[in-house]
Ligand binder design. Structure first.
Ligand code: PLP
Length: 427
C-alpha cells in the first residue's frame, strides 16, 4: 500500500508523477486531438472500452493531472475540471437532474449560483427551493419533494460568510436519498474537506484561492464516490439506466464509484463542452503548489483585520467566523479548525453612500469583482455583483444593502490595516 501523503505534499506533488526523464512540471499538452496507429484502437476509445485520449473536449492530460491533484486534496475518487465555477455547479446538478426535477439549495450562496438555480435551471424545467442554512431540520425537510434530486450549500458563503453545518445538511440529504453537493471555494481543501463530514460531491470555482493569482477562470467537480446511486436507481435514471446516446452504457453500473464523473465527461462535456484550456490548468496548478502556504497567511492577516474592524467605532457590524463572538464561530471551530479564509463581510455606520465613500478612499486595496485572491480586494455587492437582484431578493440571499465584502490578501498586514485606517478616517 502506498503511504497516504499529507495535504501540503499533495499541493506540491499530487496528481502528477513524472517517469524517468520526463518533465518535473506538468506539461501543457495544448493539443485538440491525439493520434492513433489504427482505426480499431480509436474505436475502442469511443466505446469507452479502453482508456486513452482522443479529443480535448472530453479529456486532456494536463487537465487530468490537475483534476487528479484536486481529487487527492479533497479525498475524492475522481474529479473533472470545468471552464468556470459556474459550469462546475451547473454540471454537478445537471448530471443528476432533468426537466421535471427539483433541488433544494441554501439561500446563502454566490449570486451567480443563485441566478443559475433560481432562473436559468427553471428555464430547463428544473426547480429550486431556497432554504436558510440556519433553518430547522423540519423547515429544510419541508422543502423536499418526491422529485428532489440534490441538496446544495456553500462551506463558507459568498459574500455573507455564513458557515454551512455540513454534517446536518448531509444527514438531511441522505434521509431523503439524495446527495449533498458542497461548493468549497472559500474554504479550500486546506481548511475543510466536506467529504469527511458526509458531503457527496464537492465543487469549486478554481478562479479563487486555488489559483490565487487572478490569472484564469476555472472550476472543478470532485466525487467522494460514497453516494450509492444504484441503491436509489429510480431517482437517478441518468446514471442508473442505459444511456442511449452512448451505446446503452449504465454509468453507475459499469464505472461504479467513477460513474458520476464518467457521465459528466462522456455525456455533458461531449454535448455541452466547457473544458478549460490546458494552459489555464497549468496556471491553476502553479497556484495549487502554494495553496497551503497562502491559506494560512490569508487566515492570519484576516484575523488581525477582523479584530481591528470589530473594535472600530465606525463599523456597524462584522461577519468573520474567526472572531470569538461571531454567530458562526462554533461551526468554524468544528469544520474549519485551522482558520476559515481571508474573506469577511462588514457594514459601516451611515448609509449606502458611506460604503461607497470608504471604498473610493482606499489606495492599495483594489475595488474588483474578484475575491479570494493574493491581493486584498473589496466589493459592495448591492452596487456591483448583485445589482440585478431586487432589495427583497438581496435580503432573501442574506445580503444587507450596506454589506462590504473584504477579501484580505497576503500582503504585509500592516499595509492592509494602514489603508483601511486612512479610508475610515475619510468617512
Ligand atoms: C466565484 C464563485 C463561483 C463562480 O465561479 P466562476 O469561476 O466565477 O464561474 C461559484 N461559487 C463561489 C462560492 C464563488 O465564489
Amino acid at each position: 500500500m502506498t503511504k497516504k501523503l499529507k495535504t501540503a505534499t499533495l499541493c506540491v506533488q499530487g496528481g502528477y508523477k513524472p517517469k524517468n526523464g520526463e518533465p518535473i512540471e506538468v506539461p501543457i499538452i495544448q493539443s485538440t486531438t491525439f493520434k492513433y496507429d489504427n482505426s480499431e484502437e480509436m474505436a475502442m476509445l469511443f466505446d469507452l472500452k479502453k482508456e486513452g485520449y482522443f479529443y480535448s473536449r472530453l479529456q486532456n492530460p494536463t487537465n487530468d493531472a490537475v483534476a487528479e491533484k484536486i481529487a487527492q486534496l479533497e479525498g475524492g475518487v475522481g474529479a473533472v475540471l470545468t471552464s468556470s465555477g459556474q459550469a462546475a455547479n451547473f454540471y454537478a446538478v445537471f448530471n443528476i437532474c432533468e426537466a421535471g426535477d427539483h433541488i433544494v439549495a441554501s439561500n446563502e450562496i454566490y449570486g451567480g449560483t443563485y441566478n443559475l438555480f433560481g432562473v436559468t435551471l427553471k428555464k430547463l424545467g428544473i426547480e429550486c427551493t431556497f432554504v436558510s442554512p440556519e433553518a430547522s431540520d423540519e423547515e429544510i425537510q419541508a422543502a423536499f419533494r418526491p422529485n428532489t434530486k440534490a441538496l446544495f450549500g456553500e462551506t463558507i458563503s459568498n459574500p455573507g460568510c455564513q458557515i454551512l453545518d455540513i454534517e446536518r445538511f448531509a444527514q438531511i440529504a441522505h434521509r431523503n436519498h439524495v446527495p449533498l453537493i458542497v461548493d468549497n471555494t472559500f474554504a479550500t481543501p486546506i481548511n475543510c474537506r466536506p467529504f469527511e463530514w458526509g458531503a457527496d460531491i464537492v465543487t469549486h470555482s478554481t478562479t479563487k484561492y486555488m489559483d490565487g493569482t487572478a490569472s484564469q477562470v476555472g472550476g472543478v467537480i470532485v466525487d467522494s464516490g460514497n453516494f450509492d446511486w444504484m441503491e436509489h436507481a429510480e431517482k437517478f435514471p441518468g446514471l442508473c439506466t442505459p444511456d442511449e446516446s452512448y451505446h446503452g452504457i449504465i454509468y453507475a453500473k459499469q464505472f461504479g464509484k467513477m460513474g458520476y464523473i464518467t457521465k459528466i465527461i462522456s455525456q455533458l462535456m461531449r454535448d455541452l463542452g466547457s473544458i478549460p484550456a490546458p494552459m489555464n490548468s497549468f496556471i491553476l496548478n502553479l497556484g495549487l503548489q502554494s495553496l497551503h502556504l497562502r491559506m494560512a497567511q490569508h487566515c492570519k492577516n484576516a484575523q488581525e483585520v477582523a479584530e481591528f474592524l470589530e473594535k472600530n467605532e465606525k463599523v456597524a457590524w462584522i461577519r468573520y467566523a474567526g472572531l470569538a463572538d461571531d454567530p458562526n464561530h462554533a461551526k468554524a471551530e468544528k469544520y474549519l479548525p485551522n482558520g476559515t479564509c481571508g474573506v469577511m463581510a462588514f457594514g459601516l455606520k451611515g448609509n449606502r453612500d458611506t460604503a461607497i465613500r470608504f471604498m473610493d478612499s482606499l489606495n492599495m486595496i483594489n475595488i474588483v469583482t474578484h475575491v479570494a485572491d493574493a491581493r486584498t480586494c473589496v466589493l459592495h455587492p448591492a452596487s456591483h455583483t448583485h445589482r440585478q437582484l431586487t432589495d427583497e431578493q438581496l435580503r432573501e440571499a442574506g445580503i444587507a444593502p450596506d454589506l462590504i465584502r473584504l477579501s484580505v490578501g497576503i500582503e504585509d498586514v500592516d499595509d492592509i490595516l494602514d489603508d483601511i485606517k486612512q479610508a475610515l478616517a475619510k468617512i
